[in-house]
Design a protein around this ligand. Structure first.
Ligand code: HEM
Length: 508
C-alpha cells in the first residue's frame, strides 16, 4: 500500500468523523433549552435539590434557581438531564399529557423497594388495570359506607388512648390511625392484634428504607427495608392462602368486603402482582394522609380563629345529631363540614405532602418557546406553585378563609384557581384523594370536639424530600370540657378584641 493511499484514507476518515461530530453537535444544540446549569458530571445538582428544608417554603435551591432562571429551568437531577417546572401551566400540561407526551418515571430504587408491579412505576395497560382496582376499592359508595364507619371507629380508638397533660408524638398517632384504617380495609386486620402490631413494626422499618439513600449494603436502612419488604410480602401471601382455602370451602367471613378478597375473586392478577398492589396501597394510603393530619395538628394552634370556627361547625353538627338521636357520622354530616374543607385545602396547600412528581418526555415537546427533548426527566414541582405569590396571595400564611365560597358570587377565589394540585392531576390523579380528605375531616371532627392541644417542643415539617417532623411533633392535650370553663372566663376579653378580629389571617 502506498504512503499517499494511507494519507488519503486517514484524511478522509478524519473528514467523516468531523462530519459526524458536527452533526451530533448540531443535533444537540438544535434544542432551545430553558436556562439553567447541569452541575457536576452524573450527580449534577441532585445533592442541592435534595437538601432538607422547611415544608412551608420552596427551599433555598428552588428559590435561588427560580430567581436566576425563572420558573422553568434545566438541570441534571437523579442521574440525568432534567427540566424542572415551577410553572403552573406547564405542570398541568405535563400531567394532562401523561401517556401521550410524558410518562411516569420514578427512580429505579422506588421500583426496587415498592415492587415492579407498584402503581407508581407502572405505565400503560397494566397501570390502568391496577388503577381501576384501586378506584373501585375507594369508590364513593365504599367511602360512604365501609370507610366512613371504620374511620370514625379508628379515630376514636386512637384519640381515646390520649392521656391529658402527657407528651406524645402527634405524628405517630396520626400514623397509627391511618395504618389501622388501611390494614382493616385492605386485609381485615384489627388494631392491637399481635399480627397487626408485628406488621406495623415491619412497616416502620420498610418506610425508613423507602426514604433513605438506595444503598443495598450490609447495615444500611435500604438493605433492612428490603428484608422487611420480604417479611411483609410473606405475611400478605399467608393471608392470601388462608382466603383462597376459605373461599374454596365456601366459608364467608368478616373479610368479605376487604380489598384482598375483592382482588382474589374479581381480578386476574398474579400472586406477585397482588402482593405489590397491596403493599403499595398500604404505603400510599398510610404515609401521605398521616402527614396531612399531622400538618393540620401543627398549623391549627397558631390560628386560634380557625380552631374557634372549626369548633362552632363541629359542635353544631354534634348538636343536631344528638337531637336526631344519631350517633355515627354520616355522609351528609361530612358535606356540612364547609369550613373544615377549607382547613383541609389550606393544610395541603401550605404543607405540600407531595412536593414534586417524576416524569420523562417520551417525545420532543415544545412548550412556551422551550424544547423538552425526548428522554429527558421532567419534574413538575407542585409545591412551588402552591407557594408562589402570583398564584396564592401571601402564600406563607395559613389562611383557610381563602378557600371560602363568596356569598355574593358563589365562587371561591382559590377554588377557581386551578393551580391547586396537591393530588397531582390527569390520568394519574391520586386514587385516594377523596379518602384522604374524608380521613382528615373525620379526624378533625373528633379532635376538635374532644381536645385542645399545644406543642411541647419546637418542631416543624421538614422536606427530606418526604415531609416529616424530626421530633415527631410532640404535643400535650387537655380535654375540651375543661378548656370550655377556662374559655368562658376569657370570653369577655375576647369579645373586646372581636372588632379587629375580622378576617385576620394567621401567621405560621
Ligand atoms: C393527603 C394525602 C395524599 C396526597 C397529598 C396524595 C398525593 C398523591 C399524588 C400527588 C399522586 C400522583 C403521583 C404521580 O402522579 O406520580 C398520588 C397518586 C396515588 N395515590 Fe395519593 N395522596 C394522598 C393520599 C392517598 C391515599 C389515602 C391513598 C389510598 C390508598 C392514595 C393512593 C394513591 C394511588 C393508588 C396513587 C397512584 C395513582 C395512579 O398512578 O394512577 N393516596 N397521590
Amino acid at each position: 500500500m502506498s504512503n499517499s493511499y494511507l494519507t488519503c484514507s486517514f484524511l478522509s476518515s478524519i473528514f467523516v468523523l468531523s462530519l459526524i461530530f458536527i452533526f451530533i453537535k448540531r443535533k444537540k444544540t438544535r434544542y432551545n433549552l430553558p436556562p439553567g446549569k447541569m452541575g457536576w458530571p452524573f450527580i449534577g445538582e441532585t445533592i442541592g435539590y435534595l437538601k432538607p428544608y422547611t415544608a412551608t417554603t420552596m427551599g433555598e435551591f428552588m428559590e435561588n434557581h427560580i430567581a436566576r432562571y425563572g420558573t422553568i429551568y434545566k438541570s441534571n437531577l437523579f442521574g440525568g438531564p432534567a427540566i424542572v417546572s415551577a410553572d403552573a401551566e406547564l405542570n398541568r400540561f405535563i400531567l394532562q399529557n401523561d401517556g401521550k407526551l410524558f410518562e411516569c418515571s420514578y427512580p429505579k430504587s422506588i421500583g426496587g423497594i415498592l415492587g415492579k408491579w407498584s402503581m407508581l412505576v407502572l405505565v400503560g395497560d397494566m397501570h390502568r388495570e391496577m388503577r381501576n382496582i384501586s378506584l373501585n376499592f375507594m369508590s364513593y359508595a365504599r367511602l360512604k359506607t365501609h370507610f366512613l364507619k371504620d374511620m370514625e371507629k379508628h379515630t376514636l380508638f386512637v384519640l381515646s388512648s390520649w392521656k391529658e397533660n402527657c407528651t406524645f408524638s402527634a405524628q405517630d398517632e396520626a400514623k397509627k390511625f391511618t395504618f389501622n384504617l388501611m390494614a382493616k380495609q385492605i386485609m381485615s386486620l384489627d388494631p392491637g392484634n399481635l399480627e397487626t402490631e408485628q406488621l406495623k413494626k415491619e412497616y416502620v422499618c420498610f418506610m425508613k428504607g423507602v426514604v433513605s439513600a438506595p444503598l443495598n449494603l450490609p447495615g444500611t436502612a435500604y438493605r433492612k427495608a428490603l428484608k422487611s419488604r420480604n417479611n411483609i410480602l410473606k405475611f400478605i401471601e399467608g393471608k392470601m392462602e388462608e382466603r383462597v382455602k376459605r373461599n374454596q370451602e365456601g366459608k364467608k367471613g368478616m373479610e368479605e368486603n376487604d380489598l384482598l378478597n375483592w382482588v382474589l375473586k374479581h381480578s386476574n392478577l398474579s400472586t406477585e402482582q397482588i402482593l405489590d398492589l397491596i403493599l403499595s396501597l398500604l404505603f400510599a394510603g398510610h404515609e401521605t394522609s398521616s402527614v396531612a393530619i399531622a400538618l393540620a395538628i401543627y398549623f391549627l394552634p397558631s390560628c386560634p380563629q380557625a380552631i374557634q370556627q372549626l369548633r362552632e361547625e363541629h359542635r353544631e353538627i354534634a348538636r343536631s345529631k344528638k337531637k336526631a338521636g344519631e350517633v355515627e357520622l354520616t355522609w351528609d354530616d361530612y358535606k356540612r363540614m364547609e369550613f373544615t374543607h377549607c382547613v383541609v385545602n389550606e393544610t395541603l396547600r401550605l404543607g405540600n405532602v407531595v412536593r414534586f412528581l417524576h416524569r420523562k418526555a417520551i417525545k420532543d415537546v415544545h412548550y412556551k418557546g422551550y424544547d423538552i427533548p425526548c428522554g429527558w426527566k421532567v419534574l413538575p414541582v407542585i409545591s412551588a406553585v402552591h407557594l408562589d405569590p402570583s398564584n396564592f396571595d401571601q402564600p406563607q400564611h395559613f389562611n383557610p378563609w381563602r378557600w371560602q365560597v363568596s356569598s355574593k358570587s358563589g365562587n371561591c377565589a382559590s377554588m377557581s384557581n386551578n393551580n391547586f394540585m396537591p393530588f397531582g392531576g390527569g390520568p394519574r390523579l391520586c386514587a385516594g384523594l377523596e379518602l384522604a380528605k374524608l380521613e382528615m375531616a373525620v379526624f378533625i371532627h373528633h379532635i376538635i370536639l374532644k381536645y385542645n392541644w399545644d406543642m411541647v417542643d419546637v418542631d416543624q415539617p421538614i422536606v427530606y424530600p418526604f415531609v416529616d417532623f424530626p421530633k415527631g411533633l410532640p404535643i400535650r392535650v387537655q380535654s375540651e370540657e375543661e378548656i370550655e370553663d377556662e374559655e368562658s372566663s376569657d370570653e369577655e376579653r375576647e369579645r373586646e378584641d372581636e372588632n379587629d378580629f375580622g378576617l385576620r389571617v394567621c401567621l405560621v
